[in-house]
Design a protein around this ligand. Structure first.
Ligand code: FPP
Length: 260
């Protein structure tokens, strides 16, 4: 178990107190993306309905957002609903769609106090009105906040995102605003939903599954991956810090040689 403590200084600013040797504040990942998996299994283990697992998963979102903010992470992207999740039973989909409203209503004062900005990636127009309204309102209300970006991937699918980016680029080429010679990696980045964000440095997936499930396929090209068997509702500060510590021990080479 890692010994870590978070505290609020006298000035009210959140600071991180960790064992110096375990977490290096200098090379924190700027952007952490998380595939939050295992809510259903968490509930099943307790003979509870799946939605109870999702509710607990929402509480974990709150806890991890606080810790990410305390640590000084710049962007936290959370995979909350994929384009494939519509295949789930109607009642479960409805519950998942009610979570942003529930979460944002109750967490908004703290989001403002913490200077956290809410963002989302995904097909917003495909969301039910109440979900879309809750997200739009939170995005608008927090748009001038300059701290942690809490970015929800809702109705998000990476392949759909890439297809849309390709089509949008083709339209620009057809209209003569862009030439084929100018279509490069930077151009594609600019047409993705994440155009304003840095690429994730660290990807975490919980619950023992070791796959990407159509999540940020382009953006994760050089991201460090960290998997844990822990189910998302059980994910906590220790696990989060363990992931960051593991990241800090990696040697990111981006295709170059060790030590370069
Ligand atoms: C996958 O686990 C999880 C989801 C599809 C939903 C994740 C959503 C949350 C954690 C809450 C999001 C909160 C907000 C505020 C939007 P699963 O249910 O498939 O678990 P299983 O694989 O064990 O069945």
């Amino acid at each position: 178990m890692l010994k870590k403590l978070f505290s609020k200084s006298k000035k009210g600013k959140h600071s991180l107190e960790v064992e110096e040797s375990l977490v290096n504040n200098e090379c924190l990942p700027s952007h952490i993306a998380i595939i939050m998996d295992g809510n259903g299994r968490w509930a099943k283990k307790r003979a509870m309905p799946r939605i109870a697992g999702h509710h607990e998963g929402m509480q974990t979102v709150r806890r991890i957002a606080r810790i990410a903010d305390d640590v000084g992470i710049k962007v936290l992207t959370l995979y909350a609903f994929s384009t494939e999740n519509w295949k789930r039973p109607k009642s479960e989909v409805e519950y998942l769609m009610s979570l942003p409203q529930m979460f944002l209503n109750s967490f908004m004062p703290e989001l403002m106090e913490r200077n956290i900005r809410v963002e989302m990636i995904g097909d917003k127009d495909g969301l039910p009105t109440n979900t879309k309204t809750a997200l739009n309102e939170a995005i608008e209300k927090t748009k001038n906040n300059t701290g942690l970006i809490l970015n929800f991937a809702m109705n998000y699918g990476s392949r759909a995102e890439i297809v849309k980016a390709m089509k949008d680029i083709m339209v620009e080429v057809n209209n003569g605003n862009l030439t084929l010679d100018h279509v490069d990696e930077k151009t594609i980045n600019q047409f993705l939903l994440t155009s304003s964000l840095p690429e994730p440095d660290l990807l975490i997936r919980t619950s023992g599954e070791v796959r990407l499930s159509n999540f940020m396929l382009w953006q994760l090209a050089y991201t460090e991956f960290w998997f844990t068997d822990i189910l998302w509702p059980d994910f906590n500060k220790d696990t989060f810090m363990e992931a960051i510590q593991a990241y800090q021990q990696r040697n990111r080479r981006y295709g170059g040689l060790k030590g370069e």
